[in-house]
Structures are given as C-alpha cells and as structure tokens.
Design a protein around this ligand. Structure first.
Ligand code: 9MJ
Length: 682
C-alpha cells in the first residue's frame, strides 16, 4: 500500500469510528486505539502536506480568527414553524391538514423540538462545503469553520447514494452536562456564565475564532433537508431521516411516525414526561406530515410550512417578583429560606414559593426582597430562582437577614463553621421539627400510614394530642373524629391504617425513624447487617427488640464496615441511639406492637461473614477500589483490627494495623493473596 492509500484508509477508518462514537453513541474501539489512528494520520499528513484535503478528519479546527462572517443566501428558504400552545390548537392544525388533503387520517413524523440554533449544512459530492445559520430564513451567516469543529457533523458523508448536492438542516445544541462544565470553566477563569444552554450554543457558534468553538461541547441533530440536486430521496420524511442517519449524520433516536391527532397527543405526553431526563433542552415537539406528496399539496403560508407544527411545552421559566423571604424549619432543624413570589404560571402550575436553599445561595444569586427574578419549574422539581434581573431592581429592594431565633419555637439558630446550613437548636422541642419528623414517619416509603396527611399531623401537634411518633398509636377514633375535616369514617380508617402499619419491615422502620443521613439505601444496608435471619424460640416482638438492641450497641467501626456507610453516617447513627429520648420513643413503638418478619437471607456470597482490614499502599488498585470489590463479594471491610477480623491485607508501608494483626494473631495477606481472593467472585 502506498502512502496515499494508507492515508485514505486511515481517514475512512477514523470517519467510521467518529460515526460510531458521535452519531451512534456506540464506540467500537477504545479511545486509545482511536488516538493511535489519528496520530498516524497526522504524522503521515505532516510528512506529505500535498496530500492534506479539507475533508480529512485532522482538519476540523482551522487556525486564525475571522474579521466577520460572510453572508449565505439560502437557495431553499429556511422556514420557521407555526406554534400550537394547546391540544385544541393542535386539533385545529390536524383538522386543516385533513380537510385540505381530503383524507380521514394523516400520518405524522413526531420529533422533539430541540432548543438550540437552526443550522444548514451543504454537502457536495459528500463533502461538507458550507455551514450557515438560519438568519432571517433567506440569508444567514457563513459559519462553516465553526460547524466543522462539531464532532457530530461529518466532514464527509459515509455510505453511498447521497445526492450530488445535499443540504441538511438541523439544530446545534449544547447538552446539559457540557453546559455545566463550560460554565464552571468560564467562572473559574473569571468570566460571566451563560444563562442557558441555548445562549451558550449560539454564543459558541458565533465565535470568530473557530479554536474557541472547538472547545465548546456542541452537538448537531438533523431533522430535514433543503436543497437536493443530482439524486433522489425517499418519498417520506421519516425515511429521509433514516437515510441521513445511514450517511453518518446524527438524527435523534426517538423520532416516531404516529397516526392522527391521537397519536400526536400521546407522543406529546410521552415527551413531556421524559423531557427532564433527556441530556438536552427541548421546548416542545414537532409534527410533520410524513408523506412528501402530501407536504407538497399543502404548501406554505408566509414563512412556515402548512404541513408542520410545533406543539410547545408550557414555559419552564417566567418572570415574577419576590414579595418576601422567610424561613422554613425542616425535620432536622435545617432552616431553609423561601422566597414568597407574586403568583406566576410556570411549567404548567401556579407558583407562589421558590426555595433559596441557604444563605450562601442567596448571597451568590444576590436575591433581595422586591427583586424581579426568573423562576424555573422543571417537571416536578421544586421551583427555583434562576437569576435576578438586576436591571429592574427597585431602589427599595432589601437584603435578607437570617433570623437569630427559630420562628417556630424561639430557640437559637446555629450555623456550624464550614457548613452551609443553619439549624434550629430546639431539636424535638421545636414543634416544626416534630411535625416534620412525624410526617416523615407516616410517609408512604416509611411506615406508609394512609390517611395521615400533613394537615392532620399539624393539627395533632398544635392541639398537643401527640408529641412524638409513638403517640400516634395511642390515638382513638373519637379523638380523631373531633378534628377538622375528619368524620367518624375517616377516623376509623386512620385507626385501621395505624394498625396495619405495625406490620412493617426493619428497613422501613429504620428509615422512618428519621436518623440524619439515613435514607432508604442506608436503612436497607443496616437491616441486612443487623436484622436476624431467624428467630428460633423468640416471639416476633422479642426478635424486633433484639434487632434494635444489636444496632443500638454497634460501634462506629462496626457501622463503617457496612457497605455504603461512611464515618459521617456512622456518627449520626451512634449519636441517635445515645439519646435517651430516642430510645424511649423506640421502646414505646415496639410496645405498641410494631414488628417485622425475619430478615431475608441475601443470596450467599463467597466472602459473606468475613471482615477484612486494608492497610498500606496497594500497587494494582487503590484501597477504595479494593474495598468496593471485597464488599461486592459480601465481605465487610473495617478500619480497625480486632480479634474478629478475618485477615489484614497489607500493602507497601503498612504500619500499626499490621503490627496489631500480628499481636492478635490475625492472618496477614499480601496483594497477590488479595487478587486471588477477588478472583473467587469473578
Ligand atoms: C427542532 N428545532 O428540533 C424543525 N426542529 O422543521 C425540528 N425544527 C423544523 N424540526 C422545519 N425537529 C422547520 C423547522
């Protein structure tokens, strides 16, 4: 093979791997192998500059900045889309289409509406020759050198059968992850962060220096064609998109063909549900009549096709005013400042409050009472203030001052050095904390007490009918029936639900106690470690007591040896059980008859029941990797050596733990032994 052939071969290989990586998200080879191909090509081209072509994968990023962008006239105008803001407007669109076509049902291609920048790519003989912005639809800007830096834009099409001249259209976007990292970088360099991914994408593409664009995490998704010369395309939009994908262009995977209005609405609802789990922003969905002959028959109005419509999602960001900032007291006493807002319709609901998280957050965003702010509500997430519109700040805007006393119980508010969160020091003396603790206890994933809603808990605490969670089990139907919005029937149902909640599981019970940092996952790990697997000779309530006793006596070290439990959580657990008050409440709960079945045995693992201690430096893995691997095989990994330790695994420069193992006669293993041990599970 001569040099020219070798160069061409390398280019083809790299193009193919680019496609696997950037378009299909399914790389075939490891990065290192790709880097080797690229380096070989770069070296060959450096030795033979006469063989360098603009479509070579090495030529993505040119040098030098431009003075300004040239103009591009779009031979086929780049149209915009009509919007529909409701199902009714969508139905109206579908009705018009059916009437004009004189058919009963239409097939539509259904696509997400990406929120970026519309771009046109012109390929001649399969080579990218021009990239342009939409501009006013008739004339755009020449951003060829910038779009060339986007890896999902092929410099040369792959496969066969593409038209001699083919203009592909799509949206250039910045995915969330890249946006976040870019803003971190910009801020670290002292710059002003971008407001949203759309602005960041637009700003990046309009850089006169393509070397800057090249450092921006942009991607392009294609959704149609413009000019087509010297070749034919399929007669359906959906099939054209499939061809574009075959030629190496990136097309969103979730594009579907749907039937009629019903199909459109179902697609819209589905995308609305998945919207917040997509890696990029979408602001709606687009429906396009799939058959091209039907598109042609429908034609255009002004600047939009009659055969397509964008069904927009409700806006996720709106402008409103901060009327006041006050604080909420959480279950653990955490004081959260909350902005009271002028009611505003955003993300499909009326929002009146937005969390401000903590004092530092308020300072960082510089939110003041009276400010105009952008609120964001995405999906079911708690509404947030994105930023302040400083230009509109009124003169009398006031700064928030953290109160010194808890607004609920009057105890001091404390903020530990180095922690972001201020806390009410009242503990369970504070009714706010008690209410939250009881709500948590009753919640669906904890004790699952149906019918014990937030409002009811508040009444019960306010009227001093209950003080702690154990008091719940002493309520009687008559007392309950006397409460607001309760009748005999709901009172009886609640008593029944309380009875039913007594049969629970250890993990639910531990989660329900509301120990700081003990979520469901940790509660499960604790239940596995401390729950008895059988209760030979013991009654249910004796076994429950024994389980709790074992956990309450566990030391910091024993707790840390459990998978997923670190020093902080272990410390919270130890402290929780040291509090006499907590032990009393647990006693009362068990007396009330709360029980759980024996802990199910998890499938026997090779290192089940063994405890190892790692010490010194390992050469083939880090200590935390070793810890994870051992735990995955069922072993416990502890930080200190005792006579119960199965073995100490000692790397280089092992110190006091090794000495202690030798003193206690605990076996000592080296790194080779560790590797052999781990292979048991492989
Ligand atoms: C976006 N923005 O995702 C179109 N679009 O089609 C999709 N935009 C469009 N299609 C014709 N998916 C004009 C604009």
């Amino acid at each position: 093979m001569n040099i020219r052939q070798r160069i061409e071969k390398l280019r083809d290989q790299i193009r193919y791997h680019n496609y696997r990586y950037y378009v299909l998200d399914d790389p075939e080879i490891p990065d290192a192998e790709y880097d080797r191909l690229m380096r070989e090509l770069q070296e060959l081209e450096a030795g033979h500059p006469e063989l360098v072509t603009p479509d070579s994968p090495t030529q993505r990023v040119g040098a030098q900045a431009l003075e300004g962008f040239g103009e591009v006239r779009h031979e086929v105008p780049m149209l915009s889309l009509e919007n529909a803001f409701s199902d009714e407007e969508l139905a109206e669109f579908d009705r018009r289409v059916r009437e004009r076509l004189e058919v009963d049902e239409v097939e539509y291609a259904a696509e997400p509406k990406l929120d970026g920048l519309a771009i046109s790519l012109l390929y001649e003989e399969g080579v990218l020759v021009r990239g342009a912005t939409r501009g006013d639809g008739a004339t755009g800007e020449d951003v060829t050198r910038n779009v060339r830096t986007i890896h999902s834009v092929p410099l040369r099409l792959i496969g066969k059968g593409y038209p001699r001249r083919l203009e592909v259209r799509g949206e250039v976007i910045m995915p969330h992850e890249g946006f976040r990292k870019l803003n971190e970088r910009v801020q670290a360099e002292g710059g002003k962060p971008f407001v949203n991914p759309r602005n960041a994408a637009a700003g990046s593409l309009r850089q006169l220096d393509p070397r800057i664009t090249a450092r921006r995490p942009l991607e392009m998704y294609c959704y149609g064609v413009g000019l087509v010369e010297g070749g034919r395309l399929p007669n359906r939009h959906s099939r054209i998109l499939a061809r574009l994908r075959d030629w190496g262009l990136r097309v969103y995977k979730g594009i579907e063909t749907v039937r009629g209005l019903g199909g459109c609405i179902a697609y819209y609802e589905k995308m609305e549900r998945v919207r917040n789990s997509l890696p990029f922003d979408i602001d709606g969905v687009v429906f396009k009549v799939d058959r091209l002959d039907q598109q042609q028959a429908l034609g255009f109005v002004a600047r939009a096709p009659r055969w397509a419509i964008a069904r927009k999602f409700p806006a996720q960001e709106e402008l409103t005013r901060v009327l006041d900032i006050d604080v909420q007291v959480g279950r653990t006493g955490a004081i959260t400042p909350v902005a009271r807002l002028e009611p505003v319709f955003v993300g499909g609901v009326t929002v009146t409050n937005a969390t401000l998280h903590n004092e530092d957050e308020i300072r960082r965003k510089d939110v003041r009472i009276g400010d105009w702010v952008i609120v964001r509500r995405a999906g079911d997430v708690i509404p947030e203030i994105v930023r302040v519109v400083k230009e509109r700040r009124p003169r009398n805007a006031r700064r928030f001052v953290m109160p010194r006393k808890c607004p609920v119980c009057g105890s001091d508010i404390e903020r530990v050095e180095g922690e972001a969160i201020a806390r009410c020091s009242g503990g369970l003396y504070c009714p706010a904390q008690r209410k939250e603790a009881i709500k948590h206890f009753a919640s669906r994933r904890a004790m699952d007490i149906e019918g014990l809603g937030d409002k009811l808990v508040e009444q019960l605490v306010d009227q001093e009918l209950i003080h702690d969670v154990a008091d719940l089990y002493r309520l009687d139907a008559d007392t309950l029936a006397g409460l607001e919005r309760m009748g005999q029937k709901s009172a009886r149902n609640l008593i029944r639900a309380l009875e039913a909640s007594k049969h629970t599981s250890l993990e639910r019970f531990l989660f329900a106690l509301g120990i700081r940092e003990v979520g469901e996952v940790t509660a499960r790990a604790l239940a596995r470690a401390f729950g008895s697997s059988d209760g030979k000779g013991m009654s249910d309530s004796e076994r429950a007591r024994a389980d709790i006793e074992r956990l309450a006596r566990a030391s910091q070290e024993e707790l840390e040896a459990i998978p997923d439990i670190g020093p902080v959580v272990a410390d919270h657990i130890v402290r929780f059980f040291k509090q006499p008050h907590n032990r009393e409440v647990i006693d009362k709960l068990l007396q009330a008859g709360i029980t759980w079945p024996p802990q199910e045995q998890v499938a026997e693992q090779p290192l089940q029941g063994k405890t190892y201690v790692l010490t010194g430096t390992l050469s083939r893995m880090t200590r935390s990797e070793a810890k994870e691997k051992l735990q995955a095989l069922g072993a416990k990994v502890s930080g200190s050596v005792s006579s119960k330790t199965t073995a100490v695994i000692a790397g280089e420069k092992a110190g006091s733990k090794l000495a202690r193992a030798e003193k206690l006669g605990v076996p000592v293993l080296d790194e080779d032994d560790l590797v052999a041990l781990l292979e048991q599970g492989a």
